[in-house]
Design a protein around this ligand. Sequence first.
Ligand code: AMP
Length: 316
Amino acid sequence: MAEMPFVDTDIEDECAMHATSELSIKKKRKRTIGREIEEGIERKKKKNKQYQPNYFISLPITNPKITGSIQAVQDAIIQKDQRFSKAMVRSGSLHVTMLVMHLSTEEEISIAVGALSDSKVFVDDLLKGKRVNLSFQGIDHFRNQVGFVNLAENDHTALLKEIAETMKKIFQEKGIMTGEERAFKPHLTFMKLSKSTELRKQVKKIDSSLYEGFKNHYFGDEILHRFDLCSMLKKKQPNGYYYCESSIVFGKSHEADLVKEALRRETQALLPRLNQIKELLTSPEIRTKISKELFEDRHNSNSKWKSCIDSEFPNA
Ligand code: AMP
């Protein structure tokens, strides 16, 4: 639950605030009113829980430059105050939330899957073959409760906002209950106090001095390649990313690019060793040693074969 994007304990906090102010009502009526308030709070909590977002559309963040830099900020913060380790979003689940929604039945999930698939045509239409290159720079916060990396404001972010609005309309037209009345503010959350109730009791705010050295840091660019319909509550995947009901992919095969890039990196890592081997082979002593060993090997295996044949065909 603590890992849920958009989920925090604000609702309960608000209820608690009501409870404290109402409970100061005259002593005589305290018990009756107290019970009524409690029931009211329970009803409100139940209703809020019923409609709390439990699914979201995610834009996964996979660029190692971004995830690596985020790891560096998180490490720097934890080094200043160990308690914040509980607030950190793990590298595998870094994402930009495009839209949150509440889906209560399997039928609603399949309607949402359909809405996501319908969105593909509309998003392709908005993209017109262009690549959306999202540039992540600088750190900001929501009410000192959520720490996030900002998206640089440019044509690409404007396009992303347009995409988010279009998707919201598509989901709403299908009768899906989408959350958040406030305007879409694209951001990349890397820490939030709501991830740990224990931490929230100890720490009331994320002080900006904690990430001082990174306030204007450039984290890297992410090219939009996929949107996922993710569950906030279902068990995460082994790689740390959310459980996905379905996805839509953009641009040419991003997977192929990833494989190519991984192979390139592997080869790069092997190059120094290859050069070392080449250098060794230029040494005459090493070459003589290798020739000798090869000769011995060949001789040994010949003898092995010979004794094998001798034992199989003793009369040959
Ligand atoms: P997410 O990045 O989706 O995991 O969201 C992290 C937290 O940021 C959630 O608790 C949201 O309620 C909060 N949040 C998201 N957008 C806004 C916004 N525009 N203003 C204030 N809080 C927000």
